[in-house]
Design a protein around this ligand. Sequence first.
Ligand code: SAH
Ligand code: SF4
Ligand code: F3S
Length: 478
Amino acid sequence: MKNKYLHIITIGCQMNIYDSEQMAIRLKALGYNLIPFSERADLIIVNTCAIREKAEQKVFSLLGRLARLKKKNPGLILGVGGCVAQQEGKKLLQRVPCLDLVFGTHAAGRLPELVERIEQQGCRIVDIGMSDQKNSLESVLQYDQNINISKFVTIMQGCENFCTYCVVPYVRGKELSRKPEAIIREIKALVKSGAGEITLLGQNVNSYGKKEGISTFPELLASINRIEGLKRIRFTTSHPKDLSDELIECFANLDKLCKHIHLPVQSGSNRILRRMNRKYTREEYLEKIEKLREICPDIAVSTDLIAGFPGESKSDFEDTLELMKQVEYDSIFAFKYSDRPNAKAAGFSDKISENEKRTRLQRILKLQEGFTAQKNSSLVGLIQPVLVEGLSKKQDMDNQYDSNNNLQWTGRTSTNKIVNFFHDNDRKISDGSMSDRIYEGKLVDVKIKKALLHSLKGKLVVPEPRLSDKKGDNSYVA
Ligand code: SAH
Ligand code: SF4
Ligand code: F3S
């Protein structure tokens, strides 16, 4: 088989990252090797996101650049997958003449077949069918050794909540859960290939298995917690309306479950929450945060917020700021409201001006800066278990070493804070190459020395590692 080169550009959420990886594994069977961006690519796929207008614009500007590349290399096959592909379908092929393939969010399983047809017949194809949704849930398990320490696993697809601002139910289809056995098999395979941390993905993981009557999400977590060699479990996202007491208790009972929950609130005003169709009140949300902190006092909480939803008055907005002050989030993602095709709120009449949305977003971000700084500084002087992801990937190579020429490592705390740290006896070896990757994949204790806005700096503490320790060896666990 001829050796061919594939490049994938991924825009959007973690689910897209997972899907892109699955695409690469599937296309390997056709002889495609995944490479970083290069003019020698035979196939380039853009995996797209439609969540806000800006994400969609990014796709079109990218395609403009790729069109120029295709002019130089007419043999290049260009494909667009993901949420914009699902949303636009045939229109995308018409709008972008250089495109060969448009495939939707349920077509990843059919990708090799589609690409093969283009290779053989030189045709242009649109496949946005959702009919065999079940098959699109099957993952391929073929990992290279030395995969990343932290990996995503999609446990369910789709969403049926229909928040009035959101495009996801239209581009990802009905909610469907994967079988627990398939998920466990996948996680075991990932752990065998070197993963230490798994993040379970779904638009609303707390409704996992409900429709199918298989296992509940807390039951699934308990089985994953028993997987040998797995060190940490995370999940995202849990919808506040469905956050059950059983799930809250998992934070006390499951030792591998990280002390962090992402609980998107969107707004602090009951009137706006109703218009968003979120199905919880501010009071119910706050009660759940209180329960979480009772069960797990040092749990980190993060959220998503939308600034300037249609009809958001000054006082509704103040309610959001007030809620932020009450919760004191560890971190937030905040966005200006953006009209989306099909979403109900796009038809609401009382829109907020761009200018006002920008001002409100700035106020949210400014307020949060103080809380993030406060949360990060409260860790200075403390020892935190950190799962080491590898050497710090600073662009500037000099930053990989401290003044004594020690290598800088990077990882996360259980509460999801990035920690960069040094170890005194870990010198750069004399020929200038990297020293042994002895910490990668290990849970180590790091003393936090300094808090920055987006990360922490620290120093490794006991125990001394043994150079014979290999990746995945549990004997060096803090
Ligand atoms: N399923 C997840 C969210 C997925 S989308 C949940 O329910 O929490 C991620 C975030 O994008 C949302 O939480 C929301 O804050 C934001 N978002 C979604 N649609 C948006 C829109 N039309 N305008 C602005 N932000 C939006
Ligand atoms: Fe969108 Fe709401 Fe579904 Fe999240 S729960 S994906 S915000 S519709
Ligand atoms: Fe974007 Fe689709 Fe994810 S719209 S946020 S890539 S589900």
